[in-house]
Design a protein around this ligand. Structure first.
Ligand code: SF4
Ligand code: FES
Length: 257
C-alpha cells in the first residue's frame, strides 16, 4: 500500500504526463500588410514548434512574442465571446481563438489572412467601421411607444424562442465578410446587420419592427441576399443566418412578424 506522500508524487507525475507538450513543427503563412512600408501585401512564412492541441490564436501570440513583434491582429477575450479575432484561416472565416491547429491539417502550411470585403489597415486588422455602421443603421435596441411600464415587460417562452438564435451574435463579421454580395458591393447591409435587426423585429416587446423592415427594404437591404449560405457556414456561433434573412424577407412580404 502506498504512502500518502507517494500517492501525491505519482499524481503529480500523471498530471505532468497529461500536460506534457507534444509539439510539432508547423508553418504559418500569414498575409502581411503595412502601408508604412509598402502598398502591396505579401505572404510571410513563420515556422514554429507548437502543440497541435493549441489554437491558432496561441500560434499568433507565439509568433508575435518570439519572432516578430510587428505582427498585428485583434483579440480580446480569447474564448469566443468578444468576436474580435475573426480571420480567414486556410481560406475559411473562423475565430482564431476557437480554431485548434490539429483540426486544420498542420502537415501543410496554414494560411492566415484578414477577412475579405473590409479595408485592411495592417496585417490581420481591418476597418470595422462600415460593418458597425450597418449594425447601427438597423437600430439594434428595443423601441417602444407610450409610457414606461412600472414592471418588467413580460413575454412567453414561445415568443422568446422566436428570436433566440439571433441573440447569440457576437458581431465578429465572419458572416458579412464571407458574403460574395458584400465583397462586390460594400453598400449591402450584410448578414450580421440583418441578424441583429431580426433579433428585435421578432421580439414581441418591440414596436420598431415596421421601421426596421423599411430600412431593410432598401436596394442595399435584404433583397440583395442571394442565399449562398456562406454566412451560415461561417458563423462561429452556429446561428442559422440565412434562415434569419429569409424570415426577414418573409416578414417584409406578409407584414406579419
Ligand atoms: S451572425 Fe455569426 S458570423 Fe455573423 S457577426 Fe454574428 S456571430 Fe459573427
Ligand atoms: S478573442 Fe474574443 S472571440 Fe476570439
Amino acid at each position: 500500500m502506498s504512502t500518502p506522500t507517494l500517492d501525491k508524487h505519482s499524481a503529480a507525475l500523471d498530471a505532468a504526463e497529461n500536460t506534457a507538450s507534444h509539439a510539432i513543427k508547423v508553418t504559418f503563412r500569414i498575409r502581411r500588410f503595412n502601408p508604412e512600408v509598402s502598398e502591396e501585401a505579401s505572404w510571410q512564412d513563420f515556422e514554429l514548434d507548437i502543440d497541435p492541441k493549441e489554437r491558432v490564436l496561441d500560434a499568433l501570440h507565439k509568433i508575435k512574442w518570439e519572432q516578430d513583434g510587428t505582427l498585428t491582429f485583434r483579440r480580446s477575450c480569447a474564448h469566443g465571446i468578444c468576436g474580435s479575432d475573426a480571420m480567414r484561416i486556410n481560406g475559411k472565416n473562423r475565430l482564431a481563438c476557437k480554431t485548434l491547429i490539429k483540426d486544420i491539417n498542420p502537415q501543410k502550411p496554414i494560411t492566415v489572412e484578414a477577412i475579405k470585403g473590409l479595408t485592411v489597415l495592417k496585417d490581420l486588422v481591418v476597418d470595422m467601421e462600415p460593418f458597425f455602421q450597418a449594425y447601427r443603421d438597423v437600430m439594434p435596441f428595443l423601441i417602444t411607444k407610450g409610457n414606461e411600464p412600472t414592471r418588467e415587460r413580460l413575454q412567453t417562452a414561445e415568443d422568446r424562442e422566436r428570436f433566440d438564435d439571433t441573440t447569440k451574435c457576437i458581431l465578429c463579421a465572419a458572416c458579412t465578410s464571407s458574403c460574395p454580395v458584400f465583397w462586390n458591393d460594400g453598400q449591402y447591409f450584410g448578414p450580421a446587420a440583418i441578424v441583429n435587426a431580426h433579433r428585435f423585429i421578432f421580439d414581441s416587446r418591440d414596436e420598431g419592427g415596421e421601421q426596421r423592415l423599411e430600412i431593410l427594404n432598401d436596394k442595399d437591404g435584404v433583397w440583395r441576399c442571394r442565399t449562398t449560405f456562406n454566412c451560415t457556414d461561417a458563423c462561429p456561433r452556429g446561428i442559422e443566418v440565412t434562415k434569419a434573412i429569409q424570415e426577414v424577407k418573409r416578414a417584409l412580404i406578409t407584414r406579419r412578424f
